[in-house]
Design a protein around this ligand. Structure first.
Ligand SMILES: [Zn+2]
Ligand SMILES: [Zn+2]
Length: 84
């Protein structure tokens, strides 16, 4: 199992491609949600504290697991990081 993660800076409305370069088009991406308490998440409203996750099905078919996070994840400085 190969796990690749990629993060995206603010300003994108959603990731355009997976970490391996596949286009994240409808039907080829599984969108999930990962609750998070990092600074960018805490600035968001209640119920929005987390990241959307984009799992690429093309990669999955190739035997890879790639997940893109949106918005950008910034670990709090000095905080114990519990990141799946
Ligand atoms: Zn892919
Ligand atoms: Zn986060």
């Amino acid at each position: 199992m190969v796990m690749t993660q990629r993060q995206y800076p603010d300003g994108h409305d959603s990731p355009r491609e997976c970490p391996r370069g596949h286009e994240l088009r409808a039907g080829q991406v599984i969108v999930g949600w990962s609750p998070c308490q990092c600074p960018p998440c805490l600035e968001r409203g209640r119920g929005l504290r987390g990241h959307h996750t984009y799992l690429c099905r093309d990669c999955h078919d190739d035997g890879y697991t790639t997940v893109a996070y949106f918005p950008y994840h910034v670990p709090a400085e000095g905080a114990a990081i519990r990141w799946p």
